[in-house]
Design a protein around this ligand. Structure first.
Ligand code: 13P
Length: 255
């Protein structure tokens, strides 16, 4: 197996108030007692970035943001640029999440521009791709994932500044999950696409995360699949105990 260090990232989505920062403190306490052998990131809403940065300062938990505008500044009321998110403490930005593709009609071209914006600001782009239930039923999973991958990864991409998150839309927040075999097939396909796009060496080192109803009880099933280099976790990242339960799949003794 390759020596890619895994990443488990928590996407809080539109959840979390100031009081939720206590979960981060609890998580840090738990990690201090029982460290894990994986990179860890939490992506709270933008309103909490600065406060979360204070809590996470000096810890092993990195800070990420959710979404950005493609431009660095300008007359775009309510939007946030990658530079602003970097200024608030983010080291990465989730782009192209299926909820944004669905709620805001985001295209691959826009996702590509947002990922490039993250790079412009010196941040990692966590680029989400994944098929809908109808697309899976229609046998179009690899077509859709291949098209999204080709369209959403910007020219500035390299192993060190992108993470791909494969999130089947129908598995998000539903408790439904693909089989480990299905996940392995899609991740293998994404790996081949990355190698073709970035070259053998760079393409081999990009982290490919699985996301969609990852819980403590099923994490090891997915995280042990070939070419799965970690997870992007929604609901189960909101509670420190659940998130730690997933992180502990990478117990330090297994490193
Ligand atoms: P759930 O873990 O809640 O299914 O969400 C997954 C997700 O969309 C992470 O980005």
């Amino acid at each position: 197996m390759k020596g890619i260090r895994p990443l488990v990232a928590g996407n809080w989505k539109m959840n979390g108030l100031g009081a939720s920062l206590g979960e981060l403190s609890s998580l840090l306490e738990r990690l201090n007692r029982d460290p894990v052998a994986t990179d860890i990131m939490v992506c709270p809403p933008a309103t909490l970035l600065s406060l979360a940065r204070e809590v996470l300062m000096g810890s092993a938990v990195a800070l990420g943001a959710q979404d950005c505008h493609p431009l660095p500044s300008g007359a775009h009321t309510g939007d946030l640029s990658a530079e602003m998110l970097a200024d608030a403490g983010a080291e990465a930005i989730i782009v192209g999440h299926s909820e944004r593709r669905a709620d805001h009609g985001e295209t691959d071209a826009l996702v590509n521009a947002k990922a490039a914006a993250a790079h412009r600001a010196g941040l990692t782009a966590i680029i989400c791709i994944g098929e809908t239930e109808a697309e899976r039923r229609g046998g179009a999973t690899l077509d859709v994932v291949g098209r999204q991958l080709a369209g959403s990864v910007p020219p500035s991409a390299a192993a060190a500044n992108i993470v791909i998150a494969y999130e089947p839309v129908w598995a998000i927040g539903t408790g439904l999950t693909p089989s480990a075999d299905d996940v392995g097939q899609v991740h293998g396909f994404i790996r081949a696409g990355l190698k073709q796009r970035l070259g053998e060496a760079e393409g081999s080192d990009v982290r490919i995360l699985y996301g969609g109803s990852v819980k403590p009880a099923n994490a090891s099933e997915f995280l042990s699949v070939a070419e799965v280099n970690g997870a992007l976790v929604g609901g189960a990242s909101l509670k420190a105990s659940d998130f730690y339960g997933i992180l502990s799949t990478y117990a330090e003794t297994n490193a």
